[in-house]
Design a protein around this ligand. Structure first.
Ligand code: G3P
Length: 220
């Protein structure tokens, strides 16, 4: 499973890239609002850090507006993927952007049917929101499993991207459910790295190493 970072924070993206685990980045208007500045500049910089897909979300409601924003973002770098929310107009925009050779990520998916339609319209990435379904007492991972199966059964070109990830368990479950990609907040990525026994073990090894060296030095 590929791992994307769900953030517009350049420092977080640089750090994940240094760890060698970064396959791409997703942004959205809410994540952009957290960091501010110029969205174009942020996207440009992110695309210098990773050559993987970088999602840039359109906010227009009408098809022509979505197309204009999408074409604009696609010009920023070859690895930009235009993120379009699921709607009737969104499907049309996805279809027309696909005709122009512009890759899209269909976002705000909450059912496998929505994902199937997005794939048929030509979206490259299908983003069901796991956490937001869990929030309303529905099992978001079922959508990931169903959609991954539909994509596999019918040999669809699209990849299933588990979004709205809230905790490390979601990452394990997404991988087991067959998600091609999961996009995660930086904090969850850090939580995946750490384990109390790993951290305790490292501290103990350091202590024992220092004690052994002290003993060797005392012996001369
Ligand atoms: O990128 C969109 C998605 O991951 C949002 O997550 O936590 O706002 O539901 P969240």
């Amino acid at each position: 499973m590929k791992i994307f970072l769900d953030t517009a924070d350049i420092d977080e993206i640089r750090q994940a890239a240094r760890w060698g685990v970064l396959d791409g980045v997703t942004t959205n208007p809410s994540l952009y609002a957290k960091v501010g500045g110029s969205y174009d500049d942020i996207l440009r910089e992110v695309c210098t850090i990773t050559s993987g897909p970088v999602s840039a979300e359109v906010v227009a409601d009408d098809v022509e507006g979505m197309l204009a924003e999408g074409r604009h973002y696609a010009k920023i770098a070859p690895n930009i993927v235009v993120k379009v929310a699921m709607s009737e107009n969104g499907l049309e925009a996805i279809s027309r952007l696909a005709d122009e050779g512009i890759r899209t990520n269909c976002t705000l998916l909450f059912t496998a049917n929505q994902g199937l339609l997005a794939a048929k319209a030509g979206a490259s990435l299908l983003s069901p929101f796991v956490g937001r379904l869990d929030d309303i007492n529905q099992d978001g991972m079922i959508v990931i499993r169903d959609l991954a199966e539909i994509v596999a059964i019918h040999g669809l070109e699209a990849e299933v991207l588990a979004a709205s990830i809230r905790n490390p368990l979601h990452m394990t479950q997404a991988a087991l459910a067959g998600a091609h990609i999961a996009t995660t907040p930086f904090k969850v990525l850090q939580q995946m790295i750490h384990h109390p026994l790993t951290d305790k073990g490292i501290a103990q090894f350091k202590k024992d190493w220092a004690a052994a060296n002290e003993a060797a030095a005392a012996k001369g």
